[in-house]
Design a protein around this ligand. Structure first.
Ligand code: FEO
Ligand code: CA
Ligand code: CA
Ligand code: CA
Length: 598
């Protein structure tokens, strides 16, 4: 077992043992508090949360449901305060409404769900002596963005015929954002949010392009199409083309119209993270979370400007409109590798190889050019998955969060799992996705050639092959496996100020609950993975933010277990038995006031 007291700077905590407690469990010597719960009022005039009397109007001024990605931005001039931005990925109506009838949702329930989706920005304040963090309701920067907030489509596909609807003949104005999963914070002080499984909101789809994105025929589970025809593809065929983007929010300007960036392509964006080139252009990495889908990068052509004037901010908000979108192709270097999960390492001792970024389309101020035969540029940006198919991108095991290490530039890709890998009719294992029926996932480390963010070529190796360390098919960057925590289904990744990688999990397949882990990426401790937290019943670990003195984690969908409902809760978190289960954000700190893990 990993030991306390030793280890990399930032990771010297006693690991939490795997468990199935209905609680957030953190290392010895660490404290925690719930920062904000679903339904807490954040806007002026919003009422206190009352699950028995919830209304759409109330919800639109309250913190949304199922917090996922989190960002913390500085708030100069307000001592001890920061702006927390949270994604609200989706709603789970049986856990929100007493007596919910899935066959007959009411208009009020549907409108509450619209208001519970989207994003929240809420100012938070740290307690001076501890790491405790509390929300500041009614702060003028607090904001809710919901499934009905106006967005502007920007970039090369904005205004395209593929994006026009009867409500928006301009093809540039969309109502709302849906299924915001992970995201990123930009160097110019905005936040990015991936629209992931948008397919589930649209009914009656039948086109081949719809199927490639997982849209189905017939009714949806939530039945929103009964209350707004834009969710019925048979009536409004282009509406689903307006979801599946990276959206950008300026949290410092609560009156600004958030944007959807078509230049970053349309797919099930898990998130989006930015690294700047040496000359100050943004490079954005993003994964498409689906079994056998791809990961991408966008290389911008405009340089970021420094400063906070309106003109500078406006310029920086256009950075993601011009540039080239690429998809990744990976090649292994060990042709004789045994890749059937028997635990044999490749002949050269590493799962590794080379890769290239294949250009799909380029957007400029004067228009866009496709690099994919048989597809226009607009088609590439709207049907990006089909472009990836055509150029032979590498089919990965669910590319989730991707993030460059700010200390080294190396990029880490969480590949959650792939239960279909190697099944009849599906692609079999390869060196980057080395296990068939892959239950536990892996984390890939990518090094851009010359360590330049805009390189067209890269080297890669698997940093972790997840699972029980006693399983010979696992790998922890070569670190002794009797000294690491077990991990399964890596999903979100983040870095602490020391450059350690933090990984949160979704769907632990080892019989214990999901959690948060830290691991050094450099030095003698590289690969020493340690568990920092475990989650309550049914919850997924999301949105980790790791600062010097505080870890912030989004406890998503607590109590979401088959058969559970408001009447039959599967968790008593966070407020105890008899209270409704509420997705919430938790802050964790060291009780002695020291830095995390130092
Ligand atoms: Fe919403 Fe791919 O996790
Ligand atoms: Ca190899
Ligand atoms: Ca996720
Ligand atoms: Ca991340």
């Amino acid at each position: 077992k990993p030991s306390a007291g030793k280890g990399a700077r930032g990771l010297r905590f006693s690991p939490v043992a795997p468990n199935t407690n209905d609680a957030v469990t953190v290392p010895e010597g660490y404290g925690q508090n719930v920062v904000i719960r679903w339904g807490e009022p954040i806007l002026r005039g919003a009422p206190a949360f009352d699950p028995e009397k919830q209304s759409a109007r109330a919800q639109a001024g309250q913190f949304g449901y199922n917090n996922d990605f989190l960002a913390l931005l500085p708030l100069p001039g307000e001592r001890g305060r920061q702006i927390l931005v949270a994604n609200h990925e989706y709603t789970d109506e049986v856990l929100m409404f007493r007596g919910y009838d899935p066959e007959n949702p009411t208009r009020e329930q549907v409108e509450i769900a619209w208001a519970a989706h989207g994003l929240s920005a809420v100012v938070v304040e740290g307690e001076r002596r501890t790491g405790k963090l509390v929300a500041v309701p009614r702060h003028p920067l607090n904001r809710r963005v919901t499934a009905t907030t106006e967005f502007r489509l920007t970039g090369p596909a904005a205004g395209s015929d593929l994006l026009k609807t009867s409500a928006d003949p301009s093809g540039t104005k969309v109502l709302g954002t849906l299924n915001n999963c992970s995201g990123g914070t930009t160097p110019w002080g905005t936040t990015l949010h991936g629209e992931e499984n948008f397919n589930q909101y649209f009914a009656n789809a039948s086109r081949a392009t719809d199927k490639r994105y997982g849209l189905g025929g017939g009714a949806t589970e939530r039945k929103w199409e009964r209350f707004d025809k834009r969710f019925d593809v048979a009536q409004e065929p282009n509406e689903p083309h307006r979801f599946g983007y990276v959206v950008e929010l300026d949290p410092y300007d609560p009156s600004s119209t958030p944007r959807k960036h078509t230049a970053l392509g349309r797919f099930k964006h898990e998130g989006a993270t930015v690294r700047l080139t040496e000359d100050g252009r943004p490079v954005v990495y993003s994964g498409d979370d689906e079994r056998f889908d791809y990961f991408y990068k966008f290389v911008g052509s405009k340089r970021m400007k420094k400063g906070s004037s309106r003109a500078v901010r406006e310029h920086n908000l256009s950075l993601l409109d011009e540039g080239t979108l690429y998809v990744a192709r990976l090649t292994g270097d060990s042709p004789s590798i045994e890749i059937d999960g028997t635990g044999k390492l490749p002949a050269d001792g590493e799962f590794d190889g080379s890769g290239e970024w294949i250009p799909l389309a380029t957007a400029t101020a004067d228009g866009a050019v496709s690099h994919v035969e048989g597809m226009t540029a607009e088609e590439v940006f709207v049907f990006t998955r089909l472009a990836g198919d055509k150029v032979g991108a590498t089919k990965m095991d669910r590319p989730e969060d991707i993030e460059p290490n700010p200390h080294t530039g190396k990029v880490y890709v969480a590949l959650t799992n792939n239960s279909n890998r190697g099944k009849a009719g599906y692609a079999g294992a390869d060196e980057a996705n080395p296990r068939n029926l892959n239950k536990h996932g892996q984390v890939l480390e990518l090094t851009e050639r010359w360590n330049r963010a805009d390189s067209r070529r890269f080297a890669w190796s698997l940093f972790l092959v997840a699972g029980d360390p006693n399983d010979p098919a696992t790998y922890f960057a070569g670190f002794p496996k009797d000294q690491v925590s077990p991990i399964s289904c890596p999903d979100n990744v983040a870095f602490d100020p020391h450059g350690n990688l933090w990984i949160s999990t979704d769907g632990n397949q080892l019989g214990s609950h999901d959690g948060l882990f830290g691991v050094a990426t450099r030095g003698a401790r590289r690969g020493e993975l340690k568990q920092f937290a475990t989650m309550p019943n049914g919850a997924e670990t999301c949105g980790p933010v790791i600062q010097d003195r505080r870890v912030l984690v989004a406890v998503q969908h607590p109590g979401e277990i088959d058969g559970a409902s408001v009447e039959k809760p599967a968790s008593a978190w966070p407020d105890g038995p008899g209270k409704i289960v509420r997705p919430s954000v938790v802050a964790v700190w060291r009780k002695d006031g020291g830095d995390i893990g130092v």
